[in-house]
Design a protein around this ligand. Structure first.
Ligand code: FAD
Ligand code: ZN
Length: 461
């Protein structure tokens, strides 16, 4: 009955119900979580989203919004009941407006991130949000998860890029404020409520976004360092020397690097000898002079053991490919326990010292595969579990390792979810580690905006 009504709204070709057609929408990127759905519905306009939500509310059917389905916390995957529908935003993929003088762009939620970057570039502007999944993830998903990525150091997270939003609420009410105002203090900043809400408060259908001048030049360097701790003073020195023109600063452990060299076609190290840690740096200085001088100083003082600066765009792209391939390469290796943690940058060294000591003392057979956006205090603190462990050991010891990582993250004033969100896989963690007053406020917001609980049920809170 509901499905017939939905078919009338979106047309027969935009509703999928066969197992084969539904499967990619109910399976998480790594294949670790799989749900069931009554249907995958793909509206082509905001008006269709409004009509879909009205019908789903009338039938009390849970709605799981989905963008590119690259999220790493199963936030866009329905539960196992088979009663929920997946609302895929893929067909809402128009750039509605671009205004170079206003440094703004209005995009529909289903626009792929790299398409938005390209549109900005054609207009002579920069849209700085950038992450490994940018060829697949969609701006609606980026905003719903408040995605971070590699340029947060200079430009901030997805949250900082939003000027306005168009959102369909749980009962089908349309709230639209796509004004591109830089300043507006008329009441609560409602758009920010939806950013990072992971589809639990409303369906984002469009966004107006901030654009920036394109940097005149970009310099990319790859640096070998002895210890991850050295990355923190190295970054501080570079920021000082380069007048804060460091736009990305990515840490890569030797183990993560080896995974890439083993599994990614054509990947090769820029250095002859190995190093326990590497950093990939991108700056937007006009010339390489300051970068070169700063790296020479780092080599002299021992903060760095080797360094190379890309001589061409192609060389820079090769270096970036090494970084962007880590998540893909990990898939081919041992079972990996993933942690997306953040701590204040100033306590990164303490966190690394203490966490590595704990890992060595209690789980000497496990291997740390850390990498990430160390300039933001954000580490993908992943642990490769020994292949010799059986399923029971992986579950039990894995849980203990995770517990110790999160306990230490808390001690260092950090967060168990830096940029991937809570979704389904970290919901219990939020319940146990979240601040009780903060959780009460989140529940109050949720019940005000979605009193019947049909938006992404079972996610976040
Ligand atoms: P989905 O996975 O489809 O959905 C994610 C969440 O948003 C779900 O809860 C879903 O319900 C909700 N949602 C989606 N669209 C909407 C909408 N229109 N309205 C309301 N709710 C919606 N993340 C980072 O932050 N930084 C990284 O560096 C990074 N690197 C990655 C690298 C790889 C290789 C991969 C696979 C993922 C990476 N991610 C990273 C995670 C992921 O790409 C981001 O979380 C991304 O923002 C998700 O976008 P998506 O369109 O795929 O969303
Ligand atoms: Zn990341």
């Amino acid at each position: 009955m509901l499905l017939e009504e939905l078919e009338k709204i979106v047309g027969p070709r935009a509703i999928k119900t066969t197992a084969d057609a539904v499967h990619p929408h109910v399976t998480e990127w790594r294949g670790q979580v799989e749900g069931k759905a009554a249907a995958v519905v793909q509206p082509a306009s905001t008006a269709e989203v409004v009509a879909v939500m009205r019908h789903c509310l009338a039938h009390s059917v849970g709605v799981v919004p989905q963008g590119g389905n690259t999220g790493l916390c199963a936030g866009g995957i329905p539960d196992e009941s088979g009663t929920q529908i997946v609302l895929s935003l893929t067909r809402l993929n128009r750039i509605r407006a671009i205004d170079a003088d206003d440094f703004s762009l209005v995009a529909e939620a289903g626009c792929v991130l790299s398409d938005i970057q390209d549109s900005a570039q054609r207009a002579g502007r920069l849209f700085p949000l950038s992450l490994g999944a940018e060829g697949t993830c969609q701006i609606g998903g980026n905003l719903a998860t408040n995605a971070g990525g590699i340029n947060v150091l200079r430009y901030g997270t997805a949250r900082s890029q939003v000027l306005g939003l168009e959102v369909v609420l749980a009962d089908g009410t349309l709230w639209s404020d796509l004004r591109t105002l830089r300043k507006n203090t008329a009441g609560y900043d409602l758009k920010q409520l939806f950013v990072g809400s992971e589809g639990t408060l409303g369906i984002i259908t469009a966004a107006s976004l901030k654009l920036y001048p394109r940097p005149a030049a970009a310099q990319t360097a790859f640096v070998a360092i002895d210890d991850a701790k050295d990355a923190v003073p190295l970054l501080a020195n570079l920021r000082g020397a380069l007048d804060d023109q460091v736009q990305a600063f990515e840490l890569i452990s030797e183990v993560a690097f080896d995974f890439v060299l083993r599994h990614v076609d054509g990947a090769r190290s820029p250095f002859d000898s190995r190093s326990p840690w590497y950093v990939l740096i991108e700056t937007t200085a006009a010339t390489t002079d300051a970068l070169e001088a700063s790296l020479m100083e780092a080599l002299r003082t021992g903060l760095a053991r080797d360094a190379t600066i890309a001589k061409s765009g192609a060389e820079a792209a090769e270096l970036w490919r090494l970084r962007h391939s880590i998540s893909e390469a990990e898939k081919h290796e041992a079972p990996i326990l993933k942690h997306d943690i953040s701590v204040p940058v100033g306590r990164m060294a303490e966190f690394l010292d203490r966490s590595r000591a704990e890992l060595r003392a209690n789980w000497p057979e496990a291997t740390l595969v850390a990498f990430g956006h160390v300039g933001d205090g954000n580490l993908h603190y992943n642990v490769a579990l020994p292949k010799t462990w059986d399923d029971a050991q992986r579950t039990a010891e894995g849980a203990r390792i995770t517990q110790s990582v999160y306990a230490l993250t808390g001690t260092c004033g950090g967060s168990f979810s830096a940029e991937h969100g809570v979704g389904r896989t970290k919901r219990d963690l939020l319940r146990t580690l979240g601040d009780p007053t903060g959780l009460d406020m989140m529940r109050a917001v949720k019940s005000a905006l979605d009193p019947r609980g049909i938006l992404n049920p079972g996610k976040v809170i």
